[in-house]
Design a protein around this ligand. Sequence first.
Ligand code: ADP
Length: 395
Amino acid sequence: MSRLVLVINSGSSSIKYELVDVARERAVASGLVEQIGEPQGRLTHEYDGRTSEWQGEVTDHTHGLTLAYRTFAETGLDLDEAGVAAVGHRIVHGGKVFTQPTLITPEVVETIDRLADLAPLHNPANIIGIEVAREHFPDVPHVGVFDTGFFHTLPPAAAAYAIDADVAEEYGVQRYGFHGTSHEYVSEETARLLGRPRDEVNTIVLHLGNGASASAVRGGVAVETSMGLTPLEGLVMGTRPGDVDPGVLLHLGRHAGMDIADIDELLNRRSGLKGLSGVNDFRTVTERREAGDPRAALAYDVYVHRLRKYVGAYMAVLGRVDAITFTAGVGENAASVREDALAGLEGYGIEVDPAVNRVRGDHGRVVSTAASKTAVLVVPTNEELAIAKAAWEFV
Ligand code: ADP
């Protein structure tokens, strides 16, 4: 029987997909459709060590998925013949309803649609992905895996905002957290690499990609995370600011003539590294900083300072920290961020080994000294594999 699961991450203007062999825990093929709905769209597809590219207008998500489907066949892997056993869908917001991977039925789609108020850019795009994929694969289970799911265990003290409780209740205003699939996968991998049972290990996970979030995981259970009602709260990100005094927004509304749409645009597209330095890609920030650009230097410092604050806060939340684990594009690759964020914490039992930390690698590894009471690790995240495995459970 086929062990192939197609994973679909249908975003607002892009679709990421990966065909995963769950038995061998590896990607067979993967691809990305970008700039959907714009005049110049693009598809990049990888299979068998080759990259295929296509450029042109991708009118909508249906068109995008059809192109992907066709590219599979054209590059030698016909999905109809390969025998896809299940489709896993990344769904951004599960609200309080979806805490576990869920078999998708028409009722489930309706509920995801209702939750779109909480994630207006994401949930509708996720639903389109589900609908189109079900036309292509009507006879296999489709499973939704929710970004918020892993954080449904946040204790009330961590989940509640200290605002009028009636308003919060009526509008579902609480902290939900995001990137849950990654935090769960990475915290499990951390325990595995340390050779200890998951329920005995306390971990701080730092997921540092374009979006960035931190979590505190006690014995496999999430007890804190930096993202809130939306993915804006917490760490400094590529284009999002993380924590900001809400008074800043009131001030801009009153004095800068900004309305809700302007503030939305400021917070989602013109903040974070981009806002501080002009560019959102961490590599470019690093290059400019090394070339002496003061704005890039400040962006780096704010980024690292925020990380340290969260590490310190989560040490206090957990009490005992066995591991601090870095993941995603920046976390896996930027050795200086790992070193700078944890510098000077020897007194707390945290000691990065500078030489080991600088060795590049694509496998999970420990980068702290033997004397470090808290292990510091780098663990490549693999959300697609985690989603594929979750979907496979339903086959
Ligand atoms: P996404 O949230 O889109 O999945 P990724 O996890 O791919 O994001 O992370 C993207 C970020 O990782 C970008 O800011 C990119 O510059 C950064 N990054 C990738 N490779 C490196 C590297 N070698 N050094 C520093 N940063 C890197």
